[in-house]
Design a protein around this ligand. Structure first.
Ligand code: 4AD
Ligand code: MG
Length: 405
């Protein structure tokens, strides 16, 4: 019988009834001859103790992994619980690499006074005209819906080293494309002591692959339905992405590749100009439909916070975008400019010195090399499900001229 953790804990029959319990590993205690696991599926405050002999591979059975345990429910010799599950078979449903679990979840604000991306694509927040505000301005400074939680994460990565946030972000982009929304969700991570794009790309690739494997193992029917009715062949395309190592090319190489094929494009590819969706999609096809990281973009194209590569006339920054089949850009990230004087100059050139004193202070007191990225959640769904238009992955899409209910 398949039991929830709650039902297993409350079982009356503890004379060795064979059951199956699914859940997440809450703790692992490994002794010479036995392995104790505590698993929970959210049905109970208390976790179920699983006792396994040493033949089980304890490396796979890590904190946070999801497992399906088959075995016998028996009376526990310990006073701490009545029942325990003697494991005969443990199947790991989804791995949880111990390195990943070090990320602390931060709630970053939705209302903010900063324009992280510096693109001016902001929705301004003001009280409605019915509200009586004592001073002329509610927050004393102009306030906006956030375009990214990055700058707040940078503050918190200085306390916890590895942090992430998952929340709504807003962009007033006047774009009617198949991959832009005015309101979308973003997963963002920020990591202290990261010194190379290589390190960052490893985390991005693992996030994509781990999340996708979890979706495939936790909701196979839903994925199957989408793949069957909306995107035939998508299952194979997705497996192709999962089993190959993602590729890496520089922006400069990307432009060279595009120039060779310029007859295919509406917009002429050129060094110093941003990649268009059509360019990104072409690059992914060119790479055999394997996701590809494009690194080191021109400094002039990117926001003030990206780290200067100091590489001469073709001046670039340590930026990285991950391009994926069907969508193009899915992740955007970079190493951050952690050097005080470099950042000071960049801010001055953008006229931001006054507003970003607090950000400069992060470089003044115990600055560390760090970096991070953001992944658009709706674009992620588009990519794994094979859905052509971003407006079809959520029930209430917001875009230009569309905010009816
Ligand atoms: O490349 P972006 O603008 O990067 C940032 O905002 C960084 N501050 C993130 C960070 O480093 N913490 O946005 C990140 C991702 C894009 O790659 C894309 O997937 C998604 O957010 N995105 C959008 N998705 C839907 N509609 C839009 N208008 C989007 N704009 C960006
Ligand atoms: Mg971007």
């Amino acid at each position: 019988a398949k039991l929830s953790v709650r039902d297993a804990l409350g079982a009356q029959n503890t004379s060795g009834e064979r059951v199956k319990v699914q859940g997440w590993i809450r703790s692992v205690r490994s002794q010479k001859e036995v392995l104790f696991l505590h698993i929970n599926d959210g049905s109970s405050l208390e976790s179920l103790q699983v006792v396994a002999d040493s033949s089980f591979d304890s490396k796979e059975l890590a904190f946070g992994s999801s497992v399906e345990v088959q075995g016998q429910l028996v009376k526990s010799p310990s006073k701490r619980q009545n029942v325990e599950l003697k494991a005969e078979k443990i199947e790991v449903v989804g791995n949880c690499d111990a390195k990943d679990s070090g990320f602390v979840h931060i709630h970053t604000p939705i209302i903010t006074s900063n324009d992280c991306e510096g693109a001016g694509e902001l929705f301004q927040v003001e009280p409605s005209s019915k509200v009586k505000v004592p001073e002329e301005n509610f927050f004393n400074v102009p306030a906006f819906l956030t375009v990214s939680g990055q700058l707040h994460l940078e503050v918190m990565s200085g306390a916890f080293t590895q942090v992430f946030t998952f929340g709504p972000t807003f962009r007033a982009e006047n774009s009617q494309s198949r991959r832009h929304l005015a309101e979308f969700y973003m997963v963002e991570a920020e990591i202290s002591f990261v010194e190379s794009l290589q390190d960052l790309m490893q985390v991005m690739e693992r996030l994509f692959k781990t999340a996708t494997m979890l979706v495939l193992s936790n909701c196979p029917e839903d994925v199957e339905l989408c793949h069957r009715f909306i995107a035939p062949g998508q299952k194979d395309r997705l497996e192709h992405m999962l089993k190959n190592n993602f590729l890496i090319i520089s922006y400069t190489e990307a432009v060279e590749i595009l120039k060779q094929a310029s007859q295919n494009f509406t917009f002429t590819p050129e060094w110093g100009v941003d990649l268009h969706t059509e360019h990104e999609k072409f690059l992914v096809k060119h790479c055999g439909n394997i996701p590809v990281f494009v690194v080191n973009y021109p400094l002039a194209l990117k926001p003030f916070y990206m780290r200067d590569n100091e590489d001469g006339p073709q001046h670039t920054v340590a930026a990285v975008d991950l391009l994926v089949p069907g969508v193009g850009e899915l992740f955007g990230g970079s190493l951050r400019e952690e050097r005080y004087h470099f950042l000071e100059q960049r801010l001055a050139r953008s006229g931001l010195t006054e507003a970003y004193q607090w950000y400069l202070d992060l470089r003044r007191f115990g600055s560390v090399p760090h970096g991070g990225f953001g992944m658009g959640f709706e674009r992620y769904l588009q990519c794994i499900l094979g859905i052509d238009n971003i407006k079809d992955v959520i029930p209430f899409p917001r875009f230009t001229h569309s905010c009816l209910l």
